[in-house]
Design a binder for this molecule. Sequence first.
Ligand SMILES: CC(=O)N[C@H]1[C@@H](OP(=O)(O)OP(=O)(O)OC[C@H]2O[C@@H](n3ccc(=O)[nH]c3=O)[C@H](O)[C@@H]2O)O[C@H](CO)[C@@H](O)[C@@H]1O
Ligand SMILES: C=C(OP(=O)(O)O)C(=O)O
Length: 436
Amino acid sequence: MGTFQIEGGHSLQGDIRPQGAKNEALQILCAVLLTPEEVVIENIPDIRDVNKLIGILGNLGVKVKKLAAGKYSFQSDDLDLDYLESELFKQEGSSLRGSIMIVGPLLARFGKGYIPRPGGDKIGRRRLDTHFEGFIKLGADFRYNREERFYGVEAPNGLRGTYMLLDQASVTGTANIVMAAVMAKGTTTIYNAACEPYLQQLCKMLNRMGANISGIGSNLLVIEGVESLGGCNHRVLPDMIEIGSWIGLAAMTRSSITIKDVSWDDLGLIPDTFRKLGIQLERRGDDIFIPSMESYEIQSDMDGSILTISDAPWPGFTPDLLSIVLVVCTQARGSVLIHQKMFESRLFFVDKLIDMGAKIILCDPHRATVIGHDFHSQLKATTMVSPDIRAGISLLIAALSAKGTSAIHNIEQIDRGYERIDERLRAIGAKIERID
Ligand SMILES: CC(=O)N[C@H]1[C@@H](OP(=O)(O)OP(=O)(O)OC[C@H]2O[C@@H](n3ccc(=O)[nH]c3=O)[C@H](O)[C@@H]2O)O[C@H](CO)[C@@H](O)[C@@H]1O
Ligand SMILES: C=C(OP(=O)(O)O)C(=O)O
């Protein structure tokens, strides 16, 4: 279990460039299984989850070549499907959430797909029903081995397009079903589809490979099945969750930071949500400039009531930034209610912030009220364990703003989504060391 040691209380300055988006990369990497031709992907982040998925693709027989930093070529022309039934796959496949998205492409191309129940963060129940109900609607047979926690779908006679209304706008579920449907016979219509930029990018890439998907960016996707897909080039967007993390970091440490090449038009409600906390953000070309601020004041609603920040499927505010918003509010002027609707265990980390001196009332597993200090009282350094990726980065931001030296254990959770975070933060003046 690795540890970060952080000396807090210093303001930072400079430019930071976001990595490629983790959640997009996980989808795009799975899509390389849909064609025997070469697929070249750029801006792949060098993070644990993505590297694990690339490892799984390699074990499946995909020819993986690293062409440059973040740039890889993949060719799935000679796969070893026996790997899917091996003990090694049971371990590797369960170690990250994103691996679930190999099932759709394998089912589309080879008529079968298996996956162990994915592991990952302890952030609440994470059902897979939407994925498998979609595959069943497309004509696949489903089985679940309860003892081994192993899911399987088979469609030896191929898949057939149909209409489906998803029970939830699941991000990975939509990606999986889209990838299964692109080569199904006839038309598939997916209503209540998730439409995060990750999915928009996936659908655009699939169309470049020869698929016929319309409705991209909406919650109604129409997919005309095609016989086969070919190779393509694709570039992963900057990671909007990392961008939000750097905005929070700048505000909490009263730093002046420029976040480079953010792809503003794909950020949805993220900039305005931070603005509601009183944080100044300036659009400079495709960069975000955040000036150093002595203080930031949370806006009230128009009728004067306390602001609520809650998550929702895209184009709503992403749940992956709520922990970061929460930590930023601990030093704001004013009060806010944070309502995490999707996940039931993502707010428990506030205990650590309370230990550090933050004023937070955890109302129930989904809601926390934060009363900001307006920098009149600095958080105090402490020792903590990162429970999940976004709680981890939030604790790291808290430690960078706190007085004294903090330690964060279990930083593997942070490394699964943030590339060389210690080096990149040191480059803008942070005092952070990795201790193995
Ligand atoms: C690898 C990856 O891409 N992970 C992301 C993906 O996970 P993932 O695709 O696993 O998450 P889902 O979209 O399936 O759902 C996440 C949670 O929200 C609940 N839910 C979802 C939709 C909805 O309309 N109502 C609802 O309550 C689900 O029951 C579940 O508990 O999307 C999540 C939701 O944006 C993000 O937190 C994860 O970072
Ligand atoms: C919850 C997250 O990731 P995953 O779905 O990979 O666990 C996240 O990125 O915040």
